[in-house]
Design a protein around this ligand. Structure first.
Ligand code: NAG
Length: 223
């Protein structure tokens, strides 16, 4: 009986010590696993902080403006536009709409002069025509599509965009994706343009092509 009691006591002490050791190592292991993601989280937050304007992979030279434009995703997520590190249009700013989203900036100072959203499915295309016709000289024009930029598109609007340096405005149609940076009276085709035709065979989303992103450095106009 005494031996059995002694064995029980030893077993109990052993169990307590084992639990304590396990608890210690579990807790320190737990701390490590908590510390690791926190550290990773901080480092990824640090790398996410845009060191360059608009978070571009490379900074722009002095006589260039940084920009990043994203078209809308299907009819779900609105487009966004960053120019010189300022989000000028985005769903968060609640200043985008379906159709075409357009911002006009002064080509030498980079200041935002005007912006607008134009419903190209059920809106009045005359609104867009006068907006484009009244774009002042010496300006840059940023464009992002959302959902449907094409239904109310007409030849007059296509010509106005073509005069800003667009290559794809001529064929812009129902639910195409389009992002573009042009300039008033540009004498050549803008290199800053992306276009994706709505095609049920290749669409990323059922009724819409993939969203498009465009970023880069656009030269400042020096007068
Ligand atoms: C752009 O800014 C320059 C310098 O301030 C100014 O002279 C010019 O009139 C501006 N252009 C437009 C279209 O606002």
């Amino acid at each position: 009986m005494r031996v059995a009691g002694l064995i029980r006591a030893v077993a109990l002490i052993f169990t307590l010590v084992a639990m304590w050791v396990f608890y210690r190592s579990y807790v320190s292991f737990g701390r490590k696993t908590i510390r690791l993601p926190r550290w990773l989280g901080m480092s990824s937050k640090e790398t996410r902080l845009p060191k360059t304007k608009c978070g571009l992979s490379k900074s722009c030279l002095d006589n260039f403006f940084a920009f990043k434009i994203s078209s809308g995703a299907a009819n779900v997520v609105g487009p966004s536009m960053c120019f010189e590190n300022e989000i000028i249009m985005s769903p968060v700013r609640n200043n985008v709409g379906r159709g075409l989203n357009i911002a006009v900036v002064n080509g030498s100072t980079g200041h935002l002069l005007r912006k607008g959203s134009f419903d190209m499915y059920s809106g009045d295309p005359e609104r867009l025509m006068s907006f484009l016709a009244e774009i002042p000289d010496g300006t840059l024009v940023l464009v992002a599509s959302y959902d449907d930029p094409g239904t109310k598109m007409n030849d007059k609007i296509r010509t106005l965009f073509t005069n800003l340096g667009s290559s794809y405005a001529k064929q812009l149609g129902f639910r195409d994706s389009w992002v573009f940076v042009g300039a008033k009276d540009l004498k050549y085709k803008s290199p800053f343009e992306q276009f994706l035709k709505n095609n049920p065979q290749t669409n990323k989303y059922e009724g819409w092509p993939e969203l498009l992103e465009l970023e880069g450095c656009v030269p400042r106009k020096i007068f």
